[in-house]
Design a protein around this ligand. Structure first.
Ligand code: SF4
Length: 353
């Protein structure tokens, strides 16, 4: 059996029964693909159900307020995906009459739809012969064919694309693409691939040459930035202060508590003596009720250390000292999309009280 026949055979016996595998509706396939970017299937599943239920059609998604979409997205991270999802939905309604483009090249014109997603949608929904190339595919091809060109180099990307194109099964591009992705996710996994029962074991170069651990090759590792975020949960009667993050940074358009960000690790004593802290409080008397331990929060290229300071004040903060903060009732917090680290802290506090 050749490579693609072997893969399809394996897929038909081993594919997981996933909800998006029962549809060829491009809207639903697109939703599943965006949700599953950088997200595990078991985690993405509930979001897929939530989105297809809350927004059954692209019109529903286009019409929904962004804050509602961000709230439904809460916990998935990479919020730009949710914003792009919304922008694209609106675009499909305004420019395409609510009907998804049916070709790879037209799909590529949509915001947030790259080569991988365009290939997935066009092959699965319209059986266009376009190969998907993502992390799973890189890994399978690198190992089976012993290809050691770095996958993050220009020549590597070209090489793998050519290889993927030459292997694509033109009679069933939909099944083949899903098969290679599933094979990478379930069989030829990054760590501990299941080689003893692999249908490709006999021809797999990495297995023969003991290169499984080093393939695929990556040229450069991305630098991780560290940040320290000190959040002030300020309670005045049953009110809280929050602000919306508007800068082009992580968590754009989500809500947060007043923040003092430092460029190095700062313990509570030092922070409370800092100019930033003193400027913030000026003449306002406050009571410090609790300082949390430092919580580590990892994003793809950032390591964030978060500490919460819980304070109470008797008098509301004067407007001129409030910056862009707004005052809300504590129970209204749920209606605002918060970054997951903040949401978790608040929820945990409520449960422990
Ligand atoms: S033999 Fe092992 S490394 Fe090679 S394709 Fe199969 S699972 Fe992957």
């Amino acid at each position: 059996m050749d490579f693609s026949t072997e893969l399809k055979f394996w897929y038909r016996q081993n594919a997981r029964d996933l909800p998006w595998r029962h549809t060829t509706d491009p809207y639903k396939i697109w939703l599943s693909e965006i949700i599953l970017q950088q997200t595990r299937v078991d985690q993405g599943m509930s979001y897929y159900y939530k989105f297809t239920e809350n927004y059954p059609t692209v019109f529903d998604l286009a019409q929904a307020p962004e804050t509602q979409i961000l709230r439904d997205w809460q916990g998935l991270g990479y919020y730009s995906r949710a914003r792009n999802l919304h922008t694209t939905a609106k675009l499909i309604v305004s420019d395409w009459g609510g009907k998804f483009p049916t070709t790879y090249s037209d799909l590529l014109k949509l915001k947030g739809v790259g080569e991988y997603t365009a290939a997935a949608i066009s092959s699965i929904c319209f059986r266009e012969a376009k190969p998907v190339v993502d992390g799973n595919v890189y890994r399978v091809l690198a190992r089976v064919f012993g290809e050691s060109t770095p996958i993050d180099s220009t020549s590597g990307k070209k090489r793998f694309r050519e290889l993927a194109e030459s292997l694509l099964d033109h009679s069933e591009p939909d099944v083949y693409n899903q098969a290679i992705m599933e094979f990478g996710a379930r069989q030829c996994t990054p760590r501990n691939p299941n080689c003893p029962i692999c249908p490709l074991a006999a021809s797999c170069v990495a297995r023969k040459e003991h290169k499984i651990a080093v393939l695929p090759v990556k040229a450069g590792k991305t630098k991780i930035t560290e940040r320290w975020m000190n959040y002030l949960i300020i309670r005045h009667k049953d009110n809280l202060y929050i602000r919306q993050r508007t800068a082009n940074d992580i968590w754009k358009n989500l809500w947060e508590f007043p923040l003092l960000e430092t460029t190095t690790a700062t313990d509570p004593k030092t922070l409370m003596k800092s100019t930033a802290w003193r400027t913030l409080w000026q003449e306002i008397p406050f009571e410090l009720n609790h300082v949390s331990t430092e919580i580590k929060h990892i994003l793809s290229h950032q390591k964030i250390w978060i500490r919460f300071y819980e304070l109470t004040i008797d008098k509301a903060i004067p407007k001129k000292q409030r910056h862009d903060w707004i005052q809300i009732k504590e129970e209204q917090l749920e209606q605002h999309g918060l970054p997951i680290a903040l949401h978790k802290y608040i929820t945990k506090k409520r449960i422990s009280h």
